[in-house]
Each structure stands twice: as C-alpha cells, then as structure tokens.
Design a protein around this ligand. Sequence first.
Ligand code: ADP
Length: 184
Amino acid sequence: MRLLLLAAPGGGKGTQGERLASHFGVRHISSGDVLRAAASDGSPAGREVAAYQQRGDLVPDQIVFELLVPVVAAAVAGGGYILDGFPRTVPQAITAADIGARLDLTLDATIYLHVPEEVLVQRLLARARPDDTPDVIRHRLEVFTDTTSPLIEYYRNRGILVEVNADQPPESITEEIVSRLPAS
Ligand code: ADP
C-alpha cells in the first residue's frame, strides 16, 4: 500500500499515519519528523532546517529531497509507505512523481483529511510543539492554504483523491479511510 496524507497543520496526519501504517503493515514516513531529527543533529545543515521549522516556513526542496528520498526508497522494500507531509507542494509532487515513475512506483491514493479551521487551531494550541505558538500557527495555516492546498486539486485531477471528514474520533477516521480506498 502506498498512500499520501494531506492535511492542514493539526489535521491529524501524524495520528492517521501511525494508525494506517500499523493497519497495512507498512512504514509511516512523517516528513516533519524526518526534518526535526535532522534539525537536532547539531550540524550546520541541521541548524538551517531548524530555522525554517521554527518560523513555520517550508524547508527548501533540495534539503527535503536529500533527506526524504532515501527513507521512501528504503520503505519500498518493506512493501509500501504512508507518506505524511511529503510531497507538500505541487513542484514537490511533480518531482516525486518523476522519481516514482523511474522506480515504477505510483501512489494508490491521496487522503485529504478535512478539518474546520477553528478545530485545527484548538488542536495545535493543545499540542504545544515549539512551532505551535499562535503566530507560527497562523503562518503555517497560510503556508498550507497558499502552497499545499493546490495539491488537493492536483490529485483530484489525477483521480486518486479521497477526501474525508477528519473532525471525528481517530478510529472512525481510520475506518472511513480504509473502507474508501480503491481495492488493490
Ligand atoms: P504540520 O503539518 O502540523 O505543520 P509537520 O510536522 O508536517 O507539521 O511539519 C512541520 C514543519 O516541517 C513545516 O512547517 C516545515 O517547516 C517542515 N516540513 C515538513 N514537510 C515538509 C516538506 N515536504 N517540504 C518542506 N518543508 C516541510
């Protein structure tokens, strides 16, 4: 199974990523976690990643691809992956699709977890990660609207978008996703 999770900050990508990975027995790959791990390694490149994340800005594509592609490639051998947060922009999706085509890999579906904005903000403020301050949250929501949300249309046009109401208990969301996936 090869899935991409798409959601605004606070949309529940991490929670559903874990749940779907254990359901399908594949690896959950959170780009935010991979980048946070790189950010904390003390290297100059790590400090650069940390600065982008603290501001709520997207990390430059070159760094993202360098760090994420090997992780995704390793997961392929294990039978698939649940991608959470990567690709996150249309240019990233185009480059990722090119790389995937060369490896004869395509996504089975992209899941868009839809949550009303006021619920997103409540969830993020309750979580209190270092980039979950009111100003940075506002900025990350803008980045989602401007830069990530065009991916909804991009994958809808490719016929692989599954949109779910993600303002429900986590178990119900997972059930809905699993029941609506294309038969493989
Ligand atoms: P959220 O979706 O709640 O904002 P994530 O853990 O997915 O949390 O992402 C946190 C931060 O990591 C983002 O604000 C951004 O700085 C960086 N990031 C994650 N994925 C990507 C990506 N694909 N491209 C660029 N930056 C990314």
